[in-house]
Design a protein around this ligand. Structure first.
Ligand code: 5GP
Length: 203
């Protein structure tokens, strides 16, 4: 008998704007080569330095709506008046290669994934406090005051969704938060419900 898992896991990461999801994901991907990242599609305008195909696939509204119509997205949502969505083909390709695939998506998208792919691993990144969140998003300097207000007004609603997730990681220290996420990913690979050959043997 060999014990294995035929597919990689889908790792869904959400949390309020400014909490540091992007920084944590970049650090994870740099450190661990057995994890991949799903580049989302969006209609949001690129921030300075963002590259098509790296941070996001940047599309017009019309092209994004075509992706929806053609069923090319695992999930999509309208977040802060822009469309964001997860192209399904790449995710499938990664997990078929037995690698874990990270989706950094908002809470609405995460719940859509949960309804289709309940075996995903759902991780919520929480700020140490609301004051710290405001400080971080202001310090980032990529959004206008109006945009910051819009994003902060969503925070309470997003925080209320915490109980739908499997894990919560508080991002008060980047290195510690990265290692907590890594520990979750490794533990989930050993989760007995995911070991296909064992399930088959048990019957
Ligand atoms: P930002 O504009 O700051 O890059 O992202 C705004 C929000 O959209 C974040 O909460 C981010 O996690 C979310 N987001 C990014 N990609 C996707 C996606 O593919 N689907 C969904 N539903 N949300 C996404």
């Amino acid at each position: 008998m060999s014990i294995n898992n035929n597919k990689g896991n889908l790792i869904v990461i959400s949390g309020p704007s400014g909490v540091g999801k992007g920084t944590l994901c970049r650090a994870l991907l740099k450190k661990y080569s057995d994890i991949d990242y799903s580049v989302s599609a969006t209609t949001r305008k690129p921030r300075p330095g963002e590259v098509h195909g790296k941070e996001y696939w940047f599309y017009s509204k019309e092209d994004f709506e075509k992706l929806i119509a053609d069923n090319q997205l695992l999930e999509w949502a309208k977040v802060y008046n822009n469309y964001y969505g997860t192209p399904i083909d790449y995710v499938q390709e990664v997990i078929d290669k037995r690698k874990d695939c990270i989706l950094e998506i908002d809470v609405q998208g995460a719940m859509k994934v949960k309804s289709k792919w309940s075996e995903g691993v759902f991780i919520f990144i929480a700020p140490p406090s609301k004051e710290e969140l405001i400080r971080r998003i202001t310090f980032r300097g990529t959004e206008s005051d109006q945009e910051i207000k819009k994003r902060m007004s969503q925070t309470d609603e997003e925080m209320r969704c915490i109980s739908n997730y499997d894990y919560v990681v508080v991002n008060d220290d980047i290195d510690k938060a990265v290692e907590s996420i890594r520990a979750i990913i490794v533990a989930e690979r050993c989760n007995i419900t995911r070991l296909d050959s064992l399930k088959a043997d048990i019957g």
